[in-house]
Ligand binder design. Structure first.
Ligand SMILES: [Zn+2]
Length: 129
């Protein structure tokens, strides 16, 4: 996204949302890790950079080793400060956020895809006879 210089010169600042994202690799690294968590303001550009080996030594080495990755989740956060917090938490939780590694996430995504991921109607409790 390009912002006209004239706007910046007049003191306008650019507020773009931040995203925290999770990559799932087709196979684990030597330490058994199969995910990468990062933060960015432009997810598609970041993915291209990862693919090109421009960003992150970890992803660069993984791609060079022939491992492939897939974007399995991303979350919009209001600012970079929040993004750092969410990123930190997501690093420890990545496998629980990934549809390939967590059956519950996969099931929820399937429901979302069918439009059924709405909470069920409240259950009426009746006294056992
Ligand atoms: Zn995974």
């Amino acid at each position: 996204m390009k912002v006209p210089i004239s706007l910046l010169a007049r003191g306008y600042t650019l507020h773009m949302a931040w995203f925290v994202y999770v990559l799932h690799f087709d196979r684990p690294d030597a330490g058994g890790s199969q995910h990468y968590v990062g933060m960015t303001q432009d997810v598609s550009r970041r993915l291209q950079n990862h693919q090109d080996g421009v960003l992150s030594t970890y992803v660069h080495n993984a791609v060079r080793a022939g491992r492939t990755f897939e974007l399995v989740g991303w979350w919009r956060v209001p600012d970079d400060r929040e993004a750092r917090k969410v990123e930190k938490r997501a690093k420890t939780l990545a496998r629980f956020l990934c549809p390939h590694c967590s059956p519950a996430v996969a099931a929820y995504r399937r429901l979302q895809a069918t439009g059924s991921a709405v909470p069920p109607p409240p259950v009426e409790l009746t006294e056992a006879a």
